[in-house]
Design a binder for this molecule. Sequence first.
Ligand SMILES: Nc1nc2c(c(=O)[nH]1)N[C@H]1C(S)=C(S)[C@@H](COP(=O)(O)OP(=O)(O)OC[C@H]3O[C@@H](n4cnc5c(=O)[nH]c(N)nc54)[C@H](O)[C@@H]3O)O[C@H]1N2
Ligand SMILES: Nc1nc2c(c(=O)[nH]1)N[C@H]1C(S)=C(S)[C@@H](COP(=O)(O)OP(=O)(O)OC[C@H]3O[C@@H](n4cnc5c(=O)[nH]c(N)nc54)[C@H](O)[C@@H]3O)O[C@H]1N2
Ligand SMILES: [Mo]
Length: 677
Amino acid sequence: MATSLPIRVRGACPHDCPDTCAWQVTVEEGRATRVVGDAEHPITRGTLCAKVNHFLDRVYSDERVLHPLRRSGPKGSGRFEQVSWETALTEVAAGLADRIERHGGETVLPFSYMGTQGLIQGSDAGSRFFGRIGATRLIRAVCGSTGSAGVQQAIGTNTGLVPEEIRHSRFIVLWGTNTIVTNVHLWPLIREAQAEGAHVVVIDPASTRTARSADWHVQPIPGTDTALAMGLMHVIVRDGLQDDDYLERHATGFADFAARLGEYTPERTSEICGVPAEEIERLAHAYASTPSSCIRLLVGMEHRGVGAETFRTIAYLPVVTGAWRHRGGGLLFMTVGMHWSALNGGPLERTDLVRPGTRSVNMVQLGRALTDPQMEPPVTALIVNGSNPVVTMPNQSLTIAGLQRDDLLTVVHEQFLTDTAMHADYVLPATTQVEHLDVMWSWGHDYLTLNLPAVKPVGEAVATSELFRRLATAMGLADDFLHLSDDAMLDIALDSDELRGMGITRERLEGEGWAHLSDDRGPTPFADGGFPTDDGRCAFVAPTRPVASSRTAEYPLHLISAKDSVHHLNSSYAHVPWHVKAAGESTVSMHLEDADARGLEDGDLVDVVNERATVPARLRVGGVRRGVVTMPSGWARGAAGASANALTPDGLSDAGGGGNFHDTFVEVRRVRADGSA
Ligand SMILES: Nc1nc2c(c(=O)[nH]1)N[C@H]1C(S)=C(S)[C@@H](COP(=O)(O)OP(=O)(O)OC[C@H]3O[C@@H](n4cnc5c(=O)[nH]c(N)nc54)[C@H](O)[C@@H]3O)O[C@H]1N2
Ligand SMILES: Nc1nc2c(c(=O)[nH]1)N[C@H]1C(S)=C(S)[C@@H](COP(=O)(O)OP(=O)(O)OC[C@H]3O[C@@H](n4cnc5c(=O)[nH]c(N)nc54)[C@H](O)[C@@H]3O)O[C@H]1N2
Ligand SMILES: [Mo]
């Protein structure tokens, strides 16, 4: 038998992560055998991460869904039988047609997120199909929208510095972000700055890996960062460290704002934030007296009722000090805008297909949409791709109650039998990134990446794009725009003057794998103001609610369920045995004094309890400030029956449409030998 030589195929990590790594896949005899980070890529620099080093275990996992499945037991029982694609599509199409006829198109709810963040296979892959059938619109604002809304209120954009500029900073504030775990490819750039004398400060209630690796860890009470930012600006202005010239030329409303700063003396701020007054003074001075101070914001801190206001208030700091004037100074946040303006996504998304007045459902309130008797028309069909809402959306028991409804047709396109797929009527097999074509934008850097398919789809898996072509065919919808090939979609996505102006073409991406989006704003985008607001100035507005909602006597501990595991990517690895083993049990971390007060010890099996749920976890003593407990999000419910999101509320943040799921309060109790709490 003739054997073929190994080949290398260029691609990119699909994950919802700021790093969007470029990778190369080795293929031997039609099978992917190795995946390595691209050594030339300036952010990837030849390394992947703890999860993605094992991506091929995911591709070839015994647990993968490889054929269409139809439910054969009660909802949620996890009993399925294999059926053909034709049977599944015929039955799903009939189910949809029947429901649309009875209730209208809005009875169908699409639910997708960033299981893959490619333009072709990602959360918008179904948008033309859903626009065509008149489905309810999904507000996909769970991540980044709230923080972006806040920063935009201040400076008109969520695009500040690009990550490589952080090397030029000499004072780096990682504010509510766990870089080493969630944005690991930024860390070497921070280390380069540190080697040149930069000071690294982490502001986080939890002692994350990043906090432990920083020069300085400031531990505020959760949800009080708005007040902390006000306190810092109080000291800066009190001591004359502000940049009057910059403020005069590039800000509006600063005089009124400065008057409000009077309330936030270090003593008062200390009472609100639980940070010593002396530390507030010291931080304000160190920040304001280093010209090239950079604040790195990401996402975790936004998931609060005061999230947008917090981000807005923090975004004022580099304006007050004029840090924007200096290379490496300012704010580092999102880069997604650079990608969206360069790519030609409009003809793929086709928002023009949506009838005016079509109703919307916010994704963080999925449980409400599925259970609210007032919904008119009711949601009777749910089509999920690239998301695992049972684990990742708040108020888990309400989501599950909705999914248990007998009249609800649930279709889940997945790689694994996730907790959401377990509740489906039909599970349809999805390809992984090495099996499909895509073009990857990034919210954490300014490199566009092409992902070429390296191997044929495993089993009967199909790409998300193909799923929607097949559904359209099964429903008798022949419109050309529902049947664009992946190849054609790639050409459309790259058909932009902006990309051509940068010399970025399909041929170049096919040869080189990735390309830098040039930034005509230069390395100091706001050195001379020019904020993309209506008047080009930063708009100062004092906060109205500087503190998040508070605890009750019954549930006195503030729960943060963040992403504190290198073995998880949201819930994406919760169903791969290798990762389950590496990640271990779900844990809850607590301060020693809080543990002592409850007679708890490290290693105890405990219940984390509130009015919504009881979630078992292993106690870890240490790692957080008093009054706070942390649980990593992303663990599947598994045998425990609930994950951290069983405890979280499904309210909204103050702007941007994100959730408030970090405003959660709990009590922690030991599980007695007989299993009772
Ligand atoms: N390994 C791994 N990497 C990931 C992910 C993952 O699941 N695993 N997920 C990816 C995704 S989708 C995202 S959005 C990013 C998120 O990246 P990050 O925003 O860095 O991560 P989070 O863990 O959500 O939150 C960061 C920190 O915010 C802190 N925090 C919470 N509330 C407050 C507060 O009130 N004040 C302050 N100062 N801090 C607070 C938490 O304690 C946490 O340590 O990570 C991405 N990268
Ligand atoms: N308590 C708490 N809740 C949170 C957060 C938190 O910090 N705390 N973080 C929030 C944030 S920032 C985010 S971004 C969300 C994430 O929420 P989700 O987007 O729901 O995240 P994942 O759990 O990664 O689910 C993605 C799913 O997509 C599947 N998938 C991957 N690629 C493909 C594909 O090509 N096609 C299809 N059909 N499926 C695919 C994966 O197998 C996986 O099951 O969670 C939010 N929820
Ligand atoms: Mo996210």
